[in-house]
Design a protein around this ligand. Structure first.
Ligand code: MG
Length: 448
């Protein structure tokens, strides 16, 4: 059975994500890993303890010992797994940015990265079998440890210039979306000497402040307070704090491609060059600033584990996605919200005001739209598009057509019967014309 989506197994608690499923997933993970201990952590969702207990029960039934790290961000669990040689894997109970009724199970490999597609398929295959439980004297044990969150924060700040940040005496506004980072990220701000006004920094799995997806429409309070006060930046996490987004001192919400570009530029300048990776759907702003600062920019297929893997294999110095998922290889090969925030604080301390830095970046007109297409026709429609496309065609992920002034990406949705069309250009009219042109082509090929 296909269970894993782009970010683990997700569903509505006690509807498609109930204790029976979680128990069998736990047994399946245990049978795939074969040995423990396995570290487990959760976000503060109301269903997290129930799902955690069921997963742990399944793991222990297959003889796996458990180390319970409590409620901490996903990257904090990943960091613990990566830095503890005896720990053979991790499980995070979270539905990231989804509404409070959802929950999910995410599997972490021994090196702290997300399970590969192959490892996920092995869990799916095992799920459909009768998994044997071990005899009573080999049942896994469970221990809890405190302090994984603080060890993670100490590692994060070891990668930035703490003295420069302290000296800048920064005032910020921090919104933890009532999620998993409510203790760790305010702790990081204290350790960095940052004066943080806290919003939604009490853990609450009903997400009373706002929905936990860190998009502009959910962050009106953060935007308002950052703009109105003398704070130099506003910062927000999603529910499990693997992502972070920013609001400039003037109260402007920064789309994720701008924070990606800001940090990429900083990394390339400090490093004196280097390779940066991001998916084919990423704004050319990132490519432009990386290249003009003396770095190399490379596109990958969509998905943060794919970006992380490309960085690992090619010695990339930085990478990420335009949804606030930023990957710092000196720390770990996964999206890391606290690391993104620490990095932006360092940039402000050393390079100055975000509004000024952003005003110097090239910007493009862009549009995203969707066109319906039955799942069974997606492949043939994509092939037809690639055949008729005029321009520089790249099929790393979907069909991307590059022009002198911009690009178009046509990509089938992995979860819904539709195509997404992304168009970006320095010329607004061309950008719109191309969106319409490819929308028309997809509609025609669907009907053929
Ligand atoms: Mg997340």
């Amino acid at each position: 059975m296909k269970m894993f989506g782009t970010n683990g197994i997700r569903g509505i608690a006690n509807e498609d994500m109930g204790p029976e499923l979680a128990l069998q997933v736990g047994k399946a993970i245990g049978s795939v890993l074969g040995e423990g201990p396995v570290a487990i952590a959760t976000d503060p969702r109301t269903s997290s303890p129930m799902i955690k207990c069921a997963v742990c029960s399944g793991l222990m039934a297959t003889g796996i010992d458990i180390v319970d790290l409590g409620i901490i961000p996903t990257p904090a669990l990943q960091y613990h797994v990566k830095t503890h040689a005896d720990v053979k894997g991790g499980v995070m109970i979270t539905a990231s940015h989804n509404p409070p009724q959802y929950n999910g199970i995410k599997c972490i490999a021994e090196d702290g990265t997300e399970f590969t597609k192959e490892q996920e398929s092995m869990v799916e295959d095992a799920y459909d079998t009768v998994i044997k439980c071990v005899p009573w004297d080999r049942i896994g044990r469970m221990t809890s440890i405190d302090g994984a969150g603080e060890a993670y924060i100490d590692a994060v700040i070891s990668h930035v210039d703490v003295d420069a940040i302290k000296k800048a005496r920064l005032k910020i506004v921090l919104d933890c979306s009532n999620g998993a980072a409510c203790e760790t990220t305010p702790m990081m701000m204290r350790k960095l000497g940052v004066d943080a006004t806290l919003l939604n920094c009490v853990m609450d799995g009903t997400f009373p402040g706002h929905e936990s997806e860190p998009i502009e429409s959910n962050l009106t309070e953060l935007i308002d307070i950052t703009g109105r006060t003398d704070a130099v930046v506003g910062m927000a996490h999603d529910g499990d704090a693997d992502r972070c987004v920013f609001v400039s001192g003037s109260g402007r919400y920064l789309p994720g491609d701008l924070s990606l570009a800001l940090i990429a530029q900083h990394k390339v300048m400090v490093n004196g060059g280097g390779k940066v990776y991001a998916p084919v759907s990423t704004s050319s702003t990132v490519k432009d600033v990386v290249e003009s600062s003396g770095g190399e920019f490379h596109y990958t297929a969509v998905g943060s584990p794919i970006v992380a893997r490309a960085m690992m294999e090619n010695n990339g110095i930085f990478g990420g996605e335009d949804n606030g998922g930023l990957i710092f290889p000196e720390h770990q090969y996964c999206r890391d919200g606290a690391m993104g925030m620490a990095s932006i604080l360092e940039i402000i301390a050393k390079e100055g005001d975000l509004d000024d830095l952003i005003s110097k970046m090239p910007r493009y007109h862009s549009l995203k739209l969707t066109v319906r297409c039955p799942d069974e026709k997606k492949r043939i429609v994509a092939e037809r598009i690639a055949q008729v496309a005029e321009g520089d065609v790249d099929t790393t992920d979907g069909v991307r057509i590059d022009y002198d002034d911009g690009w178009v990406l046509i990509r089938a949705s992995g979860t819904e019967p539709k195509f997404r069309i992304y168009s970006e250009s320095s010329d607004e009219i061309l950008m719109k014309e191309r969106s319409e042109h490819y929308r028309g082509l997809i509609e025609r090929f669907v009907d053929e």
